[in-house]
Design a protein around this ligand. Sequence first.
Ligand code: IVH
Length: 673
Amino acid sequence: MNAMTQTQYQNAVKQLQKHSYHYYVLDDPITTDEEYDILYHKVVAYEHEHPTQIIPDSPTQRVGDVPQDKFDKAQHLSRMWSLEDLFNRDELETWVNRITKSYGTVRFYCEPKFDGASLNLIYDNGALVQAITRGDGALGEDVTQNAKTIQSIPLTIEYQGRIEIRGEVVIFKEDFEKINEERLKNGESQFANPRNAAAGSLRQLDTRITASRRLVFMPYGIGSNTLELKNLSERMEWVYALGFRNPHMTHLCETSEQIETFYHEMRVERDNFAMLLDGMVIKVDSVAVQDELGYTVKNPRWAAAYKFPAIEKLTVLREVIMQVGRSGVVTPVAIVEPVDIEGVTVERSTLHNFDEIERKDIRLGDKVIILRSGDVIPKIVKVIAAERNGSERVIKRPRDCPVCGSELLDEGALIKCQNLDCEARIVNSIIYFASKACLNIDGLGDKIVEALHKAGRVKELSDLFDLTMEQLLSLEGFKEKKSRNLLDAITAAKGCDCWRFINALGIEHIGEVASKSLCGAFGTAFDTASREEILALEGFGSEMVESVLEFVRVNGEKIERLRSILTPVAPLKIEAAENPFKGKSVVITGTMSVPRDRIKAMLEELGAKIVSSVSKKTDFVVYGEDAGSKYDKAVELGVALLTESEFKNLSSLADGAPSAQGESVKAKNTLFD
Ligand code: IVH
C-alpha cells in the first residue's frame, strides 16, 4: 500500500467521522460499507506505522482490547431523576392543570420515551471525558470505555464548556432478535427484552462485546451546564446539532388535548420505531419555569411519562406442545391463557428449547410475563415463582416423538426425532423442498403438502413427480386450474440449478451458500466427494463435512432417484484464460458486498487456488468489511491486498490479459495502493 502522509491520514479520519455521523446518527449513509472499510483499513495501517500520531477520536480508538476487571463508581455532576408515570387522560389533565393553575399557558415539549438504560455523558474541553450509568441517581458506574464503542456517541463535540448530556442507550428490535438467535445457538440464556439486552451490553467488562451489540444512544436531556438557551426545545436542537441522534417525533403542545392527540399519533407510530418505546415524555419547555417548579423527592415536577399500554402482560401457562421440524428437532411451544397485547390476542409463544425451560424453571400452571411488540416474537420473559400454590407441574423433557412415537435423541439444548419416516419430518421436508430457496415450486405450501400427505399421495419427495391430474382433482378444494398450475410448477422444477437440488435435500448445517460451494466444486456429483475434498472448501468445518457424509451414506438411493428425476444442471467448467489470478494462491477475508462464496467462485473460475491462511506463499489477499488478523498479516508480510472492487476490476482483465506472471509481480509491488 502507498504510505499516506500525515495530512492525508488526518483527512481520512475526518472523512471516516463524517461517514459514521451520516450512518449512525442521521441514518443516511453517504458511502458504501466497502468504501468506508477501505478507508478504515488505510487509517489502521497508518496508525500501525505511526502510533505516536494517532488522533484520540479516530474511529479506530473506540474499541479497547483489554477487558476491565470491574467498573469504578462515579458521581454525576447533577442528580439523575426519574419520572412520574401517567396512565390515562384523567391523570394527564390533573398533571397539566397543576402546572397551568400557577403559570397560565405554558408550552410542553413532548418526545418519545425510549425503553433502554439511561446514561450520563460528561464532556469537557470538547471531549467525552466520562460516561456514567444512572445508578442511584447520584452515584453510578463508570462505563466510559463501553460508551466509546457506541457509534452514535460523539467522542468530541464543538463546545468547550463542561456539560452533561443525558440519554437512553437502546438496542434496535431487529438487533435484539439477532443477538438472541446467536445466544440460543451458543447455548446461552436469552435476553428477556431489548431493555435488558441494552443494559447488559452496556455493563460488559470486555468492550469488544459491547461494540458487537450495536447499541444506540438517544439523547433526551442536559444535566449540569452553563448554557444560556432558555427553552428545552432549543437546547435539544443544539444537542442534535452537536452530532447526536434526533428522535424526530417531538412536538410542542400547549393544552392537554394537544398532548393527548400527539400521544395517540405516537402510539400509532410506535411499531415503526426501530427501538422499543414505552411512552411519551412531557416536559415544560421553559427552563425558568422548570426551575421554579423544582422537584419532589424522586421526580421533577416539570416532567412526566405518559405511558403506553404495556407490551408485557401477565398470563398463565396452560400447556406445552411439541413441534417436530424437518431435521427432527423438537421445539416446545407454550400455550398460554389468551391475553390482549396492543390489540393482538397472544396465545402461544416459543420456548426455544428444553434447556431454556429448565434454566427459567418454567412450570405448567405458572403465572408468567409474556412480551410482544410489533416485530419481537412473543416470548415468556419471566416466571412469577412467588405466586406458585403448589399445583404447578414441572415440564418433563420428552422421551418419545410426539408424532411418530419413536425414541428421541436428547443432546441437551437439542432434542431430536431420528426416525427419517416420521410424518412430521416428511411433511416439513417436503414443504422445505418446495420452498423459495430450494426448488421454488409455486403453490406447494404447508396446507397443500399436509393434504397430499394425509391422502397418501405423497409419502416421500420423489412421489411429488408422480402426481396425476386425477389424484389432485380428487382432493378437496382442487379444481382443474389449480391442479394444472401445480403440476406445471412441479414439472418446471426439473432441470433446476444443481445448488437448488443440493439445498432442497435439507442436509443438516448445509444451507444455500454451502450448497452453492458443493455444486461449484463437485457439480451434481457432490455425493462422490471425499472427506478431504469437502473439508478443503472455504467455510466447511468438520461438523458440516460429517453431516454431508452421513446424509449421503444414509440417503444414497434417495439422492440418486431424485437426481434422475430432477436432472439438475451444474455450471460448466471451462479452462481459465490467462489472467492475473490463474494458478495464484488467494486468501479471502472479511465481509463482501456479495456472499463470499461468489467471490470464491469467481476466483476459482479464473483458475486461482483459494487458501484459508496468509503466508509468504500467498499471492493476494482479497479483503472486505471487518477484515481482521488476515489483513494485518498480509500488511506484515507485504502480500498484495485487494479490495473487492479492485479485485473485480482486475478480474475483468481475464480476457486477453498480459501474462499472469508479469501482472502479478507488478501487483505485489505497486498496483493496488
Ligand atoms: S427525562 C428529568 N426523557 O426514563 C427527567 N427520560 O422513568 C429525567 N427515559 O431514567 C428523565 N426516554 O432513563 C427522559 N425522553 C426521555 C426518556 C427518558 C427514556 C428514561 C430515563 C429515565 C427514565 C425515567
